[in-house]
Design a protein around this ligand. Structure first.
Ligand SMILES: [Zn+2]
Length: 62
């Protein structure tokens, strides 16, 4: 299994996450997404464990 340029895959669609910031803290930990669309879809699918805390572009980059 190849790790594509050490980028984390989008939790929803599996594509490499190019932009940090679309993350969601859930009871399972921090989930990362490639775009706002995937994030919102994940929230819809996981209403039970997804907390409404979105961290836009506040995560440490380096
Ligand atoms: Zn995605």
């Amino acid at each position: 299994m190849v790790n594509a340029q050490d980028k984390e895959p989008c939790v929803l669609c599996g594509q490499p996450v190019e932009i940090t910031g679309f993350s969601l803290t859930t009871s399972d930990g921090e989930q990362k997404f490639c775009c706002a669309g995937c994030l919102s879809i994940y929230q819809l699918l996981n209403k039970d464990n997804a907390k409404p805390t979105i961290t836009p572009l506040l995560t440490t980059k380096k």
